[in-house]
Design a protein around this ligand. Structure first.
Ligand code: BMA
Length: 870
């Protein structure tokens, strides 16, 4: 009995000791989000409600039923009062007994939009003034055990902007700032505030000048030491050996000695280990290490985007104190600018391979940034991958994107051209602003530098060209200023784009490339870009702004085409979401509110008249605008790729939208592929056929991004629209790796045999045995002159591998065949294509709903096209 009692006592004491050990055991570092239980209140008014964090005031007002959907019809115009108001956000969060014991307690604000005073338990802990910055505040002495009140007062960004505007000696140009729509007349206040430019309106975007906690708030606690930052530098990388260096920034309270390790998380191999003595003043440690035969990171199309995950451990006397992880891809990625026979190259080289950059410009996915979901990011990046892209340009009028965006780019081999957030405006150069810009650059370069996808940092969008300080009139800005003012403005420009930003890139990366402005003909500020330059990058807007014809894409070729584009309307399915039937006219008020380019409708109609028959029907016009855009951009991409290696990049303007609108995008706000995205996929395919007609001759090109030469047969078949053969020709020709190959020039008369050219089509293919590398249908006349005839398209449904598949065939040629089921979300892996008699076309459907054959609708350029279900 006694023994039993004794045992029980021993057991209970053991449990107590164990439990107390556990409750005393504190993780060295912990962080958690303070994103719950927030509410908002209008400072000078009665509106209030529960808030979503991260979020914006607009989306909170919407969620609480206090405003209507900002994107619906002309609601935007009624919501301009929101940005003139101040808003308070507050929450109560608990700090536990355990948390309060930590030596270090910090609040981290990953994004405050924009002018904000932050109070913790009524102590002002922060004055924020830059949406792009991360703010870390030591709150050890303010935070209390139990309830803590956090309150953020957001000033009206417009009122703050107006104060700065009034205090400024002169106004600054900001072409896209829609001040007037915001009720400010000509007062463009955007330039004074470090906030996403597109919030103030753009030529594809509404004006919603948001306020709010747009990224997470975090509570971070730690004792003694924490890993504040890890940077895996890649001084030398080739396929045999990667010489790397982990630069680890430890944060410590007192001088102490630790063992720091870098471990390959894949196989637990310790790659580097070092005993270090760190102090609060000197806490950065370098651990060089090597990886033999590294699995290199490749861009989409060239190979696997391999990633490495490294674990960093900090130990003391053999015990793990804290640890962290860092993922990166091992690669060498450089912008090569070398003098050559034409001028100077502008080309990306990845692991020694010259890469033709294929892609698009990217804008924020929503006017209200925090509501962009992971799903949205995944969709945009997979749309890029599926269109055979390997590069996106994060354009300077938006934001430094969410971490997840770059993670997806890393995982999918999408290289990123990263602009700093400056676009189409001039900015003041006062000390406070320059300081803010420098900190913003440090925050974001540090946050993003481990992403293997980052290929280039670029100072700004189009400012060098628009300002034109050294020559020409630019966009006419210069003339508005006295000589003295011009010099002051130029100094501010040079301070930011030729001093602060390149220095941050230089000091905070392992040698990343920096380019001051896109476009520019050379690095120095006096190298303004023109349409004839043979160096640097180019934005070619001759087509669209300059009323050049699509054929001119072939005349104005650049070393790297970083912008060009053409507008279209979104699909009718998308238009229906923001309109009612009385708005179904492209000139109606509502449609005009969703067309932000002053010349937009004019240009679309004008160009359509050149190439296509202009439909009167609203729905058919929307469809035709997409066919027009697809044709124009296809011609551009082909011209750029044909010009390889002179031209080594083609990024069209733009892949996405931030709301439902007529724009240059290839996928709309709801991620619906426009005709152009399908066409881009074909034009960016690894092997592409292009067959421009010049001087009555067809030039047959095969452009290849493959890294191996290929041997194949080029087959040319000319038929009439009923499928009757007219002529054919087959030649065996090799196609050289990673370049553009002009294979044949054929006189058109030889191919058309005296027949009416406007009733003929030519199919060109390049294949080896059963493997077709590429094919393309070519016409001898503009679409408006083609003598298209009625067609019956046979449709057969099949189920293959759990997927719905359509097999299509036709009696007569169909041009621009578009299939859809109204009001149903479904994705066809090809659409808006030409179908030849004699061909069977397979279409795979990703669907969301039931496919009912009565509901299919069809559009085409033919006088009539009918679906016949089998
Ligand atoms: C380019 C871009 C954007 C604009 C587009 C269309 O200059 O940089 O500023 O939306 O043209 O005009």
């Amino acid at each position: 009995m006694k023994k039993n009692i004794c045992n029980t006592i021993i057991f209970i004491s053991l449990v107590v000791i164990l439990l107390s050990c556990q409750s005393n055991k504190m993780d060295n570092y912990k962080e958690r989000q303070i994103n719950n239980n927030w509410s908002y209140a209008q400072v000078d008014g009665d509106l209030n409600g529960d808030a979503t964090v991260p979020g914006t005031i607009h989306t909170d007002l919407l969620a609480n039923g206090q405003i209507e959907d900002p994107f619906y019809r002309k609601n935007e115009q009624d919501l301009q009062w929101i940005d003139k108001e101040a808003w308070d956000y507050s929450t109560i969060f608990k700090v536990s007994k355990q948390e309060i014991k930590y030596n270090n307690i910090e609040l981290s604000f990953e994004g405050l939009d924009t002018y904000a005073d932050v109070y913790l338990n009524d102590h002002k802990i922060l004055e924020a003034d830059n949406m792009f910055r991360t703010w870390n505040v030591d709150v050890k002495n303010i935070v209390a055990e139990g309830d803590n009140q956090l309150r953020i007062h957001f000033y009206s960004p417009i009122k703050k902007g107006l104060e700065l505007y009034e205090a400024s000696d002169y106004a600054y140009p900001a072409n896209n700032d829609q001040a007037e729509n915001g009720g400010l007349g000509d007062k463009k206040v955007s330039v004074f505030t470090r906030k996403a430019g597109y919030h103030y309106g753009w030529d594809w975007g509404p004006r919603f000048v948001t306020s709010g906690i747009w990224r997470s708030v975090k509570l971070k606690v730690w004792n003694d030491v924490r890993i504040a930052d890890v940077f895996i530098q890649q001084p030398k990388v080739n396929k045999e050996l990667a010489s790397l260096n982990a630069t680890i920034n430890l944060q410590v309270n007192t001088q102490a000695s630790y063992v720091v390790q870098v471990i390959n998380s894949d196989n637990n191999e310790v790659l580097a280990e070092k005993v270090v003595v760190v102090s609060p003043e000197n806490s950065t440690v370098d651990l060089p290490f090597q990886i033999k035969n590294p699995k290199l990171w490749w861009s989409n199309g060239l190979g696997e985007p391999n990633l490495y995950d490294f674990e960093i451990k900090v130990l003391k006397e053999g015990k793990l104190i804290t640890s962290g992880n860092q993922t990166t891809g091992i690669r060498s990625l450089k912008l090569v600018r070398k003098k050559d026979e034409y001028g100077e190259s502008f080309m990306f080289e990845l692991n020694g391979v010259k890469v033709f950059a294929k892609g698009a410009n990217y804008i924020p996915n929503d006017s209200f940034l925090p509501r962009v979901s992971k799903n949205d990011y995944e969709k945009v990046i997979s749309d890029a991958v599926n269109a055979n892209m390997n590069m996106l340009r994060v354009w300077g009028g938006g934001v430094y994107e969410d971490d997840y965006f770059y993670e997806l780019c890393d995982k999918n081999g999408i290289m990123v051209w990263q602009d700093f957030m400056f676009a189409c405006s001039l900015y003041p150069g006062n000390k406070e602003l320059l300081h803010s810009i420098k900190q913003e650059a440090i925050d974001n370069v540090t946050r993003l530098r481990n992403h293997p996808s980052i290929a280039l940092w670029c100072g700004n969008n189009e400012i060098n060209t628009a300002w034109g300080y050294y020559e020409g009139n630019g966009w006419g800005w210069k003339q508005e200023y006295t000589k003295e003012q011009q010099e002051e403005i130029q100094k501010a420009y040079m301070d930011v784009f030729h001093d602060i930003l390149p220095n941050v890139v230089n000091n905070y990366t392992d040698g990343d490339d920096y380019w001051p402005s896109s476009p520019q003909a050379g690095y120095e500020a006096n190298k303004h870009a023109g349409y004839k330059t043979t160096s640097g990058d180019m934005h070619y807007w001759g087509v669209w702004h300059g009323l050049h014809r699509f054929e001119d894409f072939d005349k104005y070729k650049a070393r790297f085409m970083s912008e060009y584009g053409f507008q279209s309307f979104p699909d009718f399915e998308t238009v229906k979401k923001y309109t009612i039937p009385q708005d179904y006219d492209i000139e109606s008020d509502v449609m005009a509110a969703h067309q932000r380019s002053g010349i937009g409708n004019l240009r679309i109609k004008e160009y359509m008249g050149w190439y296509f028959k202009v439909p009167v029907d609203f729905e058919q016009f929307l469809y035709m605008s997409q066919i027009l855009q697809a044709q124009g951009i296809r011609m551009a991409i082909e011209a750029h790729r044909r010009a390889m290696p002179y031209c080594m990049g083609s990024l069209y303007w733009q892949i996405n939208d931030c709301w439902p609108v007529a724009s240059w995008s290839s996928t709309d706000y709801y991620h619906k592929w426009k005709a152009m995205h399908y066409e881009a996929k074909k034009a960016y395919a690894p092997v592409m056929i292009s067959a421009p007609i010049k001087d009555n001759q067809v030039e047959l090109f095969v452009v290849s991004d493959l890294l191996k030469d290929i041997e194949g047969e080029l087959k040319i078949t000319v038929i009439d629209f009923k499928g009757n053969p007219v002529s054919d020709k087959t030649v065996s020709v090799p196609v050289k790796a990673n370049t553009s190959n002009l294979l044949e020039k054929i006189n058109i008369n030889e191919l058309t045999e005296g027949k009416d050219k406007s009733a003929l089509a030519m199919l060109v293919s390049y294949s080896k045995g059963n493997h077709e590398y590429a094919s393309k249908i070519v016409y001898f006349s503009y679409p408006k002159d083609l003598k298209l005839i009625d067609a019956k398209v046979n449709v057969k449904f099949e189920q293959e591998d759990g997927k719905d598949v359509l097999y299509l065939s036709t009696d007569n040629l169909v041009k621009g065949l578009y299939l859809n089921i109204p009001d149903q979300k479904l994705f066809l892996d090809d659409n808006y294509f030409d179908l030849l008699p004699g061909q069977t076309k397979k279409i795979v459907i990703s669907q969301n709903g039931v496919i009912n054959q009565d509901k299919w609708e069809v559009k085409s350029l033919n006088p009539n096209c009918e679906l016949v279900f089998k």
